[in-house]
Design a protein around this ligand. Sequence first.
Ligand code: SF4
Length: 593
Amino acid sequence: MVEAPAEKSKKPNPTAHLKTVPEERVMRDLIRAEAFQFAKSIDRSKQMTKPALLKLGEELLKQTGLDQQYLGFTVVAISNEFWREQVSAIDFKRRLLLLPHCLKNAEGCPADYDEFGLDCRKCGACEVADFKTKAEDLGYKVLVSEGTPIVLKIIVSGHVDAIVGVACLNVLEKAIDKILLAGIPCVAAPLLSSNCRSTSVDNDWVFDLIGLKTAPPEKVTKTYVHLMRASNKMFEEAELNQLVPRQRAKGAATDPLTLHENISYDWLMQGGKRSRPFITLAAYDALNGGKATLSADGVDISDSVKRAALAIETFHKASLVHDDIEDDDSYRYGQATLHRQYGIGTAINVGDYLIGLGYRLVSRDRKTLGAETAADILDKLADAHLKLSEGQGAELLWRDAKDKTISALEAMKIYALKTSPAFEAALYSGVRLAGPADQYEKMITDFSRHLGVAFQILNDFKDWEGDNDNKLVAGQDILAGRPTLLLALALEGLTGGDREELLAIVQGEHPRQAQNLVPRVRQLFTKADVFEKAEKLVEKYRARTEAIADAVEPTELRELLYYLVDTVLERAEPEAPQSIPQFVSLTLPLVHV
Ligand code: SF4
């Protein structure tokens, strides 16, 4: 038995004043009816974004003379109309009904929690049983749970194509960005309150949403889900073995060669978000008309192209093994790092093996790809490999140096070397696989540089929030002696004793006990306005990536670039790790890099 989810901490909610659910049913119906009319004019062929939805919501409230406090509710009503046709056209068996556990009768619910959420016994004391029964009768998969990551995993794993959800406006607000970015058809009924206990909902609205059913719509909204799935599938045993057959039969390895190959392949298949191969496949598809964004049947990608995409991930996985050794990290993907499992020597060698494998994945296909194409891609991969090593080398030398001063410019240079080349190689490979890439080459380099730097700064923020996957404590970068931009900005912004104190902490010369260091560093960072300054830099780099994307043709490639900016620079809310139901394979989606 699994324990019930803990009560959430009550952090101040900056958008609470916009998330009132109208008390009167007549008002809720009015907003839904207005949204129905209003949404008729929305272009459904293009992906919707959260800012665009908010703008539409504000417009509708203005038109109808209603108060801004209903913005959240109105946005959900418009979003439902945007997706209604597409959800309606998806077979019931390919839909997921997501219910919140707070709908249960808090006083006497006999259900237990298992690893998939609340295991409703259908006692009839609340609506959960009624919704679940109706949905299951139709063929739905049903979860009484919460959390976007699990839903995205389910979608990308290929088991469901649409979501019908019930949730409070707070949860819907958090989920909507990710759902929209992934282009997942989704409709939702907001709970009438957000107090997390014995909540209620307009039952007839939920039954309507569950029962939606029509013929396929004329306009299909573009989605990258099919390409995410294609990217993910390359790392499943069967397809991986087809694309890059093992030299030795997998099984209980007794000889060291088979064992080494098993470790390498298992590591390649491990976790991660497959974002780099996705970028390659999506760029390739974008320059071939973007057919894969319209339907699963449009995913027409040869094995040679897939192998080139796979190569990008093998380099990434190799760099992670080596990084983990260099930083002596204990965990990766929620498990012990490779060197902690097999020793440093074996782990280094697995990394080397994967680098060789990556180059060979492209070089062996030179006849199919064309010698020039293969050579150009190999050159870009080698370039990325060198830049990454330069960036990592600079970081390690700084880490091991006595003097830990660093300027913002130096930190940014390291960022540009450490993160951007992987984006560049992935994007370039996809473009080059589709044809000559000369006209795109500079754009790809500039775009990737700005995107990589912004991403890395966001990663600095993440370190101060903690990260459930691999770290549990905020401020680890400081303790591990990483040359972050936040530190550089603080050293530039502080003076006198404050600067000396920060430097002493980073250089391991401060007498304070370790557990007291991080709160003090946070104080010093705050005093130097580091978080605000870094925030502005993220926005500056984001604006640059968008300006570059604005000038790109064709539309499909331009839209992909916008999508990458939105997903790579998305701010993830830390959430507790969650189990995945049996019908979901354990591979992960793109949403973050
Ligand atoms: S219907 Fe299900 S969720 Fe509702 S109170 Fe009964 S067992 Fe609990």
